[in-house]
Design a protein around this ligand. Structure first.
Ligand SMILES: C[S@@+](CC[C@H](N)C(=O)[O-])C[C@H]1O[C@@H](n2cnc3c(N)ncnc32)[C@H](O)[C@@H]1O
Length: 150
């Protein structure tokens, strides 16, 4: 949120949401909400705080991992499903969606489902990601409204 607030500048706005309270930081163009992105109605809170649809939706949300493979994969899948429902309700047509993914079949299925909704979809690794991590990033550009995607 700090980096995004520098990129959008004083005329832009950044709205973030996390289950945990975000420690306060002094940026006038940032609103930090506390909440669950999978909860019904969360899009209304975010859109109200933004004042309209977003140019970019960024997600570095990650579930709390337990080390139990089946549980962790189910949590990751639930989070991706919540993001899949939320991002299109927040983005303006032509907007960009970036999301952190763990390398798993659930993430591949998520990417496949998103493809028709964007003109360009790619999955990449960040240079900042620690070696051995399965973390990847979806970069989906040029969001198509539902009618255009059909
Ligand atoms: C890798 S941390 C990133 C936190 C923060 N953006 C940062 O850069 O320090 C992942 C975050 O995802 C949040 N998270 C996980 N599931 C969530 C959900 N359903 N709704 C909102 N936030 C969630 C966690 O609370 C955690 O703070």
């Amino acid at each position: 949120m700090q980096i995004a607030s520098e990129i959008v500048g004083p005329r832009g706005r950044v709205v973030g949401i996390d289950l945990d309270e975000t420690p306060p930081f002094d940026r006038e163009n940032v609103i930090a909400l506390q909440g669950d992105l999978s909860q019904a109605g969360v899009e209304t809170r975010i859109l109200e705080a933004l004042g309209g649809p977003a140019d970019v939706v960024l997600s570095d949300a990650a579930p709390k991992l337990t080390g139990v493979r089946a549980t962790d994969r189910a949590r990751e899948e639930a989070l991706l499903e919540a993001l899949e429902a939320l991002a299109p309700t927040l983005l303006r047509p032509g907007g960009t969606f970036v999301a952190k993914l763990l390398d798993a079949p659930e993430s591949q299925a998520f990417v496949t489902r998103l493809r028709p909704r964007f003109a360009s979809v790619k999955v990449t690794k960040s240079q900042a990601t620690r070696k051995g991590s399965s973390e990847k990033y979806l970069i989906a550009r040029d969001f198509r409204a539902v009618r255009d995607a059909l």
